[in-house]
Write a protein that binds this ligand. Sequence first.
Ligand code: ATP
Ligand code: FE
Length: 333
Amino acid sequence: PVILGIESSCDDTSAAVCVDGEILSNVIANQTIHAAYGGVVPELASRVHQQNIIPAVQQALLNAKVSKNDIDAVAFTRGPGLLGSLLVGVSFAKAFALGKKLPLIEVNHMQAHILAHFIDHPKPDFPFLCLTVSGGHTQIVLVKNYFDMEIVGQTMDDAAGEAMDKTSKILGLPYPGGPLIDKYARLGNPDAFKFPEPNIPDFNFSFSGLKTSILYFIRDEVAADPQFLQKRMNDICASVEKRIVTILLNKLKKAALTYNITNIALAGGVSANTGLRQGLTDLGSQMGWNCFIPQFAYCTDNAAMIAIAGHYKYLNHDFVGQNVAPLARMPFN
Ligand code: ATP
Ligand code: FE
């Protein structure tokens, strides 16, 4: 089938075309307007989605050399995400499907981050464990089949990406700070400063205490030396990144041992992080795991992952009606 995928859950407008399980195009219109505000402004995001959605879809069709009339179904992100942002993608998908008399396929954005592993080879075998680390979520998911997923651990407060972004804000870096922390961390000493690892039961996470300890640490050091940030930026970023990565990988290891699973995957925007990718590769070879790390283009938000999820739902004849509405929060099943 030819699937048009639409993603608009946060601040990226994206459209992709998937033909028989192969991604032929993946157009992403980033929104730069939010950098000045230090975070995504929901009202601005939905307005920019409205401007971007039609050109993004046109470009995706053009890049894939597919005409509107070739499309068999429209897959869209129903949630979770910002309601105003989701509304633009959902409304577009519904209108397009209505006009062309096509079936509609709803996709859960967090499941799609995981299903991005089915875009390229090698594809993981079921069951596998996926550490999904993004701007809004931190989850360890037991993936039993394409749409049979169980969350076995998650964050009690901030997400890992949020911890990256809030830390970078404390350090005076622009939004989104995750990629900048990654960049500076490569030049610093990860053992320069020690930040605490929280003691959280089971396979759950907490990052808000880390954020607070970084805030107080920076406040005290800057009080003693106003040049502290400028002098030690690389070391601070390397140390923060190391702590976030060790918190994530320690829990992932615990879950893998408990569930006795050796197929291990990474998903979500923070899986673009160099330290996390390297850390999982090292841990995986130590533990004898098969590790699956997504291509950079499929880590952060994109419609290719929505289109591939749509492909598998299409094969299951899993369609929704025109009365479908977006969901800011959306459970897996
Ligand atoms: P969710 O998927 O939970 O709804 P989201 O869609 O906003 O949230 P993603 O686009 O999947 O999140 O990921 C964005 C997050 O990834 C941001 O917090 C960003 O800072 C972080 N990020 C992106 N690249 C890197 C990197 N190289 N190192 C660390 N963090 C990164
Ligand atoms: Fe996302």
